[in-house]
Design a protein around this ligand. Sequence first.
Ligand code: ATP
Ligand code: 6CM
Ligand code: CA
Length: 587
Amino acid sequence: METDLRLESSLWVGNKRYLAVLTGWHFKWTEVDKKNRQKKTFSVPVAEVVGVEEGRVEILPQKLVEDTDKDFTVFYVKRSSSGGSYGLLWRLGRTQFSCPSRVLRDQWINHLRSALKTHSPLRPHRLLVFVNPFGGKRKGRQIYHSLVAPLFELAGISSHVIVTERANQARDHLLKKDLTGFDGVVCVGGDGMFSEILHGLIGRTQQEAGLCENDPAVTLQPCPLHIGIIPAGSTDCVCHATVGVIDPVTSALHIIIGDSQPLDVCSVHHASALVRYSVSLVGYGFYGDVLAESEKHRWMGPLRYDYSGTMVYLSNRSYSGVVQYLPADPLLSSPRDKTRCLSGCSVCSRSTEKLFPNTSDSGSLYSSHYSQFSTDSEGEWVSVEGRFRCVSLTCMSSSCARSPLGLSPSAHLADGTGDLILVWDTHPLAFLKFLYRHTSTEDQFDLPFVEVHRVKAVRFSLPGGREEEGHEEIGGSSSRIDEEERARVDAVSRNGSQQHLAERDMRQEVTNEQKTATPFLCGLCCKKAPAVSVWNCDGEILPFTEILCKIHGQLVRLYARGIEDGAAIHNCTVETDECERRRVLNK
Ligand SMILES: Nc1ncnc2c1ncn2[C@@H]1O[C@H](COP(=O)(O)OP(=O)(O)OP(=O)(O)O)[C@@H](O)[C@H]1O
Ligand SMILES: CCCCCCCCCCCCC/C=C/[C@@H](O)[C@H](CO)NC(=O)CCCCC
Ligand SMILES: [Ca+2]
């Protein structure tokens, strides 16, 4: 196959002559001077060619075609440093080539297009796109139409675009409507919009496979459709942690070339029923309280989290709880091993073999019987009890602009585990130090009141089984919850979601009462802080306190490739000896 696609000839770019070669995997063109000496080489992996067009074509600021019969234009991925972020920005590169004859021009176009088909089998042809017009700074529609749609068109992708009119429209569409013919689903929005797509696709896949999502012991069926994320939200944590940058053009290019990144998903259960799925954060205490507070200030846009974070920090709360976890195999990796999950991660590749032992390419066939969660492992559960500032579980690093390395910098995207971070109650300034370390490269786990464990499953309950039985004792300590608090916890436990609204109203009452004092004073002495927090599940408040979480390895696939290490990957189109050396080193 590869030899059939090989083509070599002289081509011109402007007034310079190049020797162009298409090998199986690469398209290269090397400048040749008048004395036939070879100079600069440009090299593009075929898998990163976006499109090949007849004539001299421009697409920006608008599409212009000068239809000459000896010219063709190649569009491809061009990398540049992202400045502040760890990933690389992708831009559309373009080179216009001139051939000595029309026959040769057609040969080049045909060879390049066939090579594309052979080397990028996952390129989407048809996409279902959901745009949330109200996410983040409310620029979703503009971002899609001005930056993304022209690229999809250039790449020959046909898209069915739905601008949502209500929350959960995208999820419901994916659960119920005909999805035949679509290769993937794209969301233009933030983490909340991604979560809708996640729930719709996972739910649909399990329905079709006849699997019960409520049972945490069931091995769920991975979703056949890929998910693309065009970031247009407030936090865009899933995009940041899987691409490394928040940039609509970079994400659109990953979608176009059909990149594929598997992603672990955590299912959250309460009383034998599925509550939600999460990929980023299942957090109790600080992160739950920040979310609950921020919901009251949605009008502030993305700034609501900074405001609410400050308010919640000043309220100085901690909560008692019992945390049980099922540790992952410590020989495979550790949350404190100082490694990072980067594109082509070897820890994730090894996990693929374990998760999908019967298939050569894990992602393409889904016949796994490997269950990480069975009654056999019951004996391995570890249990801790006490007062926590926060309890967080994350399936990936959860990096974002606020925290460039994330909640757990060494977490892996697709290793079938999550990192459980326990922050024990501590002095306010010590907790501030912990929070502050998220904004730098300093190790937030290197603090005496912080523990981190790589896990397969987590259970959280209130001390003495309060949610279930309404016991008065808190964690065996002498403190007692009053009648109102007990009624609230019991109600949530019995009636689930509906009572959750009542719970939040009651919580609001406490907060309103507290308005008389400054939040800091509340925290320090005066008012009794609530005895329970809420769970933040990827930006949604959960209606239950007592939950069980199970990690499902590689349940979905994104059009992404993980974070590219700018220092190691030297694939910058301009070919030098250094490129070759680094490529060899990276193999
Ligand atoms: N047309 C709509 N009207 C109201 N809400 C919508 C609509 N479409 C989607 N939503 C909901 O809006 C919520 C927030 O959207 P989104 O995630 O896009 O932005 P965000 O909250 O600003 O960003 P992030 O989640 O990254 O913090 C989602 O949970 C989604 O369910
Ligand atoms: C003194 C400096 C203090 C700085 C503190 C920085 C701590 C930042 C940690 C960032 C953690 C991001 C976790 C991601 C959560 C997302 O799944 C979720 C949905 O978008 N976002 C939130 O819940 C929004 C909640 C955001 C909480 C901050
Ligand atoms: Ca993981």
